[in-house]
Ligand binder design. Structure first.
Ligand code: GLA
Length: 784
């Protein structure tokens, strides 16, 4: 709810309050952002008390010696008025100075969200506050938008700059939002990494000066995700104050926390000013991307729950919103470029028999694409691989009872392609320097409408011809030489590229709303809210090693719900790490996302086939909870660092699925506890999901578990492993939600003193899923 009274603006969500007010000089003073306040709590009480002038400060107006912008908490701040912290904007004003001074002019409250003209934005907000500020001496206006999402406890902010003066204005930097918060010994938490190690969580103390989270690769990047948190130093997963920030944008982003000598932390987020310059002529305006803010006093999990609700309800849209995602099979890690129709049909047949619902044909189906050195940019089907064409192949997949999906990398071109030979000018390159390549490819200049039309036409045509109902949209290199002959000011390149991308995506997919789009950029190089406005899910990482995925999916889980994360079971030892992990763990991690399989199925043993069938059947039964349940990170009660515990709870609180993962075994480890939180009051049965224990895991120890002696390296054991497996320890208990919240001790782990069915055989990389379900008698009692 938004209320305005006596120059005070108050934005309430179900559990948070945000207050700011207009000062006597028309600036917007930030008053409070945090847990919900009483309606009677006044801004005067909550605001900073400024009762003495501070030395070494600039006084804004001689009439008030205490009014120094540098020492205030603000909602927006300018250059040249005595605030030395970083301004959210660096503008060369129409009078050729860098001095601006935006003061309140008017405001209005609008029902719902206000869509943007040039960028994707959230939808379904409750109310929007639009505040118009005007520069005190020129006809330059700044509209600040605040949209409130009451149930998700989120607020979005963005700014629109309008030039109504006769002379141009040059924007060198403009943030979507800034806010000054009193410090709470904040730490900034960011999601950083690179290819195959995306979104690892890092914690940096917010010291005096700037702490920055930004990307410059042309995309939101796997180096630094746009999302970041500020948390008080006492915050834990379940307690303490945590602020979350994100940006609905897929290009270069910039987020910062700047702590001043007065212990005020200025938080900003927006387009990265790196190589950015935008010329705003008379009567033009510039929209910044929408920034998302949330706060929770219930720790990191509380913050994540808000962001998850926001993404599922206010970002992901169209027919796939809150819809269960299919279990897919993707041929990439099975075949790479080395396939033909019959090989794929064989894989598809097995995939179908295992329970897959969608077959995805990855890279290599077009042009001369037999390696990553050629073919990108071309859309003619490779006749050697598909002599009867792609439609005929897609039809065969559908005849088997699966949907058909297709990989594209439309923003790219190989120099060795028909497209490049015909239109070298379509590629992004410096006008006079030798082009630099990444993965043997160049970026297409989608600032140019002709290039966008080429992509829209060709991708659309193939989709219609093949009847594909899923698209994997890849983007496998960073932008380096940002130059486009199609635009006059090269400082606009990066932003125009992203606007071009959004234009292409809308033109292709708005009229084909049934298609499930999975965005990918060498994995999670563009895992951001901008892409999620078009693609309900993202290929999280090229790394399918489940132990690495604990860090990757775990990191992303701070901001993005499992429904957005593509997660596949692949072959072990893993392509990316050489690590050998159990099939059970590969599934147990992947099921906390949109499940897929991506491995050569022809080598699966009899036992592995049985295991995968059981996995897929189990996933389908609980898919809703895995994809849309309340995802929570559980803290191991003794602070064991070799455990990761994830829980997804059904919306009615009567069912929880816990993934209990051991990253490394520890000798003679103390008992583990299973903690299940967030259940509604009642009696519960908790049970381990049965999973197979493959005997090859035991090596020479096999003599302890089998009655016969076998050569650990011999043929007999290898054959036995294909046709015989043990059941991993299954536990079952009945107890109350309270006992589960306190944590119930689990059976002992293997410690070299013998194996029986009551010993949990985790070892390195072992894991289990526990299903906690309200008892039938309890649910019957509740119904009566
Ligand atoms: C990228 C993707 C992979 C796969 C390959 C194909 O690396 O992330 O999943 O599609 O491209 O070239």
């Amino acid at each position: 709810m938004i209320t305005v009274k006596d120059n005070v603006f108050r934005l309430d969500t179900e559990n948070t309050t945000y207050i700011f007010r207009i000062t006597k000089f028309g600036h917007l003073e930030h008053v409070y952002y945090g847990s919900l306040l009483d309606q009677d709590d006044s801004a005067d009480v909550m605001a900073q008390k400024s009762s003495v002038s501070i030395g070494s400060s600039i006084c804004y107006d001689g009439s008030d010696k205490l009014y120094s912008l540098d020492n205030m908490c603000l909602e927006w701040s300018d250059n040249g008025r005595g605030d030395y912290r970083q301004s959210p904007a660096e503008l060369k004003m129409p009078d050729d100075t860098f001095i601006s001074d935006f003061a309140y002019l008017s405001h209005r409250i609008i029902d719902g969200s206000v869509p943007m003209k040039t960028l994707p934005s959230s939808y379904g907000g409750d109310q929007t506050l639009e505040i118009t500020l005007k520069d005190t001496t020129s006809d330059v206006f700044l509209d600040l938008y605040y949209t409130v999402f009451e149930k998700a406890d989120c607020i979005t902010r963005r700014a629109v700059l309008k030039n109504e003066s006769d002379d141009p204005l040059i924007i060198r930097r403009i943030m979507s939002m800034m806010v000054d918060l009193p410090d709470e010994c904040f730490h900034m938490y960011t999601l950083d990494g690179g290819w195959i190690k995306e979104a690892h969580l890092h914690k940096i103390p917010v010291g005096y000066g700037m702490t920055i989270n930004s990307s410059t690769t042309g995309s939101s990047s796997n180096r630094h995700n746009p999302a970041f948190m500020l948390a008080s130093d006492i915050a834990t997963e379940d307690h303490g104050n945590v602020y979350g920030f994100n940006l609905i944008y897929s290009g270069n982003h910039f987020g910062s926390a700047e702590k001043s000598g007065r212990d005020i932390v200025r938080v900003s987020a927006g387009i990265n000013p790196h190589l950015f310059e935008w010329i705003l002529n008379k009567n033009e305006d510039f929209e910044t991307p929408e920034a998302v803010l949330t706060f929770s006093d219930k720790g990191f999990n509380g913050m994540s729950h808000n962001m998850h609700d926001f993404v599922n309800r206010h970002i992901v849209r169209g027919q796939w919103k809150e819809k269960e995602r299919p279990v897919l099979f993707n041929n990439w890690e099975a075949t790479f470029f080395d396939f033909n129709e019959s090989k794929l049909l064989q894989l598809a047949k097995t995939a179908k028999s295992l329970g897959a619902e969608l077959f995805v044909l990855d890279d290599g189906w077009f042009g001369e694409r037999n390696s990553d050195e050629a073919g990108l940019g071309d859309y003619n089907v490779n006749k050697k691989k598909f002599p009867r064409g792609l439609k005929s192949f897609a039809d065969k997949i559908r005849e088997m009872g699966m949907d058909f999906g297709l990989w594209f990398e439309p923003e790219m071109v190989n120099p060795d392609s028909s497209l490049y030979r015909a239109h070298p000018e379509y590629a992004v390159k410096s006008p006079d320097k030798k082009p630099v390549l990444g993965r043997n490819q160049m970026v297409l200049d989608i600032c140019n409408k002709e290039v966008r039309d080429y992509i829209v036409e060709n991708v659309g045509r193939i989709l219609d011809e093949t009847g594909a109902s899923y698209v994997k949209w890849d983007m496998n290199r960073h932008i380096a030489e940002a130059f486009s002959p199609a635009i006059s000011n090269q400082g606009e390149f990066y932003h125009r590229y992203i606007m071009g991308l959004y234009d292409i995506l809308s033109r292709i997919f708005d009229k084909r709303p049934h298609i499930l789009l999975e965005s990918c950029s060498s994995g999670g190089n563009r895992f951001d809210l901008g892409m999620l406005c078009y693609s309900p899910q993202v290929w999280t990482s090229d790394d399918t090693d489940p132990i690495e995925r604990l860090k990757i999916q775990g990191g992303l889980s701070y901001f993005y719900p499992p429904s957005t994360m593509g997660a596949h079971v692949s072959q072990s030892p893993h392509q990316q790490t050489l690590r050998d992990t159990p099939l059970s763990t590969r599934f147990n991690v992947a099921c906390f996302g949109c499940l897929g399989y991506e491995l050569d199925l022809k080598y699966l043993s009899h036992e592995e086939i049985k295991e995968i069938k059981e996995q897929i059947a189990f996933y389908k039964k609980y898919r809703r909870v895995f994809q849309y349940g309340r995802f929570t990170r559980i803290r191991e009660s003794r602070g064991k660092e070799n455990k990761v515990i994830w829980q997804s709870t059904s919306n009615d609180g009567a069912l929880a699925l816990t993934g209990f993962f051991q990253t490394q075994a520890a000798a003679a480890e103390s008992d583990d506890k299973l903690i299940v939180t967030g259940l509604r009051p009642g009696r519960y049965v908790v049970r381990t999901r049965p999973q197979r224990l493959f005997i090859k895991r035991f090596g020479g120890l096999v003599k302890h578990i089998l009655p016969v002696e076998l050569n650990p390296d011999g043929l007999v054991l290898r054959m036995a492993n294909r046709f015989y497996s043990l059941t991993d320890c299954v536990e079952e208990y009945e107890c109350s939600d309270k006992a589960l919240k306190a944590g119930i001790p689990l059976k002992s782990q293997f410690m070299g003193t013998g194996y029986n069915e009551n010993v949990r055989m985790l070892g390195d990389f072992g894991s289990n899923i526990y299903i906690t379900h309200i008892t039938t008698s309890q649910s019957r009692r509740e119904e009566e």
